[in-house]
Design a protein around this ligand. Structure first.
Ligand SMILES: Cc1cc2nc3c(=O)[nH]c(=O)nc-3n(C[C@H](O)[C@H](O)[C@H](O)COP(=O)(O)OP(=O)(O)OC[C@H]3O[C@@H](n4cnc5c(N)ncnc54)[C@H](O)[C@@H]3O)c2cc1C
Length: 321
């Protein structure tokens, strides 16, 4: 069977299925397995050598890794489906959502996740060019990627880093703890503000215009909604912006989606057994349930692996809708 994507979901599934006696090939676009475990999460948050030892253990058990291979470009998903008794898609969320406000086209306005991946590619010797960093960096967002972007910007030599978030830290995905970590790394935190324009001069970013926000109760419950305070703006000087405002699921499709249905948010539609709408394709991890954390992604991969085992043994049929 084939696993597409060597993040925690794909690796846990591969390990389980190999231990149950199946031939497993893992295909990944990167030069090293691990997904965000290697190229996203910072070393201060995860034992990367432990991850690498785990991957070596999988290799020793007989899992085959086909790296530097983009499914959808170097090999087609349709061909993998045709050649395999089962396929697991675990390709995560490898594209940043963008704000798309005026000035976004300035070259100093970059997506934070891709920039952090670039940093790790450079740090581990897979890229020769160090990612650029400004003197005065504005990071936009309130999740783990935003906090990590602050930390990496400081490591790379940014003199000042400002973290801007449209709610307050209590309602941020990274929570008060993440914001404290950003402050400990030297960030100045600005809550209840939202960028509305990146201001450039002669093609270079010079400042960010921020709209003041306030919170109002959300009609459906849950986190309060940020709404603009009319007429209230402030301007922050900046020579670089890193946008960390969400990640988008990236199924390995090339033009065709092979009958694999997506939900409105772009995640792959799976049922309780991680079956997609196309037999024999399963999906797990962030590409199936949206951006999450290492634990839920690994759990989802394991659940898919158990379902694949049952399917290949003839104990589980295919979904009907
Ligand atoms: C900067 C950052 C920091 C984070 N920090 C934490 C943290 O501290 N703690 C925590 O619990 N979680 C953290 N997370 C979240 C966590 O890393 C993810 O939720 C988790 O890795 C998702 O696992 P996954 O297996 O679904 O996908 P991923 O880890 O994203 O792996 C997907 C794999 O699929 C491959 N792939 C994608 N498209 C293709 C294709 N077309 N062809 C071939 N291969 C492809 C990718 O190369 C990648 O190896 C962080 C995420 C980021 C971005």
């Amino acid at each position: 069977m084939v696993v597409v994507g060597a993040g925690p979901a794909g690796l846990f599934a591969a390990g389980y299925l190999r231990c149950r006696g199946f031939e497993v090939v893992v295909v990944d676009r990167n030069p090293e397995p691990g997904g965000f475990l290697i190229f996203g999460v910072l070393e201060k948050h995860i034992d990367k050598e432990g991850v690498r030892r785990g991957v070596e253990e999988l290799r020793r058990l007989g899992v085959v890794f086909r790296l530097n291979t983009v499914v959808g470009r170097d090999v087609l998903l349709g061909d993998l489906i045709g050649e395999s008794d089962a396929v697991l898609i675990a390709t995560g969320t490898w594209r940043s959502r963008r704000l798309g406000i005026p000035g976004s086209e300035l070259p100093q306005v970059m997506p934070a996740m891709e920039w952090i991946v670039w940093y790790h590619m450079w740090r581990y010797g897979y890229r020769g060019d160090r990612p650029p960093v400004g003197e005065r960096v504005v990071v936009v967002g309130g999740g783990l990627t935003a906090v990590d972007a602050v930390i990496v910007a400081r490591w790379l030599g940014a003199r000042e880093v400002h973290l801007v978030y449209r709610r307050t830290r209590e309602y941020a995905p990274a929570g008060p703890r993440g914001f404290r970590e950003a402050e400990e790394a030297g960030a100045v935190v600005h809550e209840l503000v939202q960028p509305v324009e990146y201001i450039g001069e002669a093609g270079r970013l010079v400042a960010v215009r921020l709209q003041r926000m306030r919170l109002e109760p959300s009609p459906g419950g849950g986190r309060p909604r940020p709404v603009p305070v009319p007429g209230e703006y402030l301007v922050l000087e900046a020579d670089m912006v890193l946008e960390a405002v969400g990640l988008v699921p990236t199924p390995p499709f090339d033009g065709g989606s092979y009958g694999i249905r997506l939900r409105p948010d772009g995640t792959i539609d799976v049922d309780e057994y991680k079956r997609t709408t196309r037999e024999p394709v399963f999906a797990a991890g962030d590409v199936a349930h949206g951006p999450s954390l290492i634990g839920p992604a690994a759990k989802s991969g394991l659940e898919a692996a158990r379902a694949i085992e049952a399917y290949l043994a003839g104990r589980l049929g295919w979904r009907t809708s």
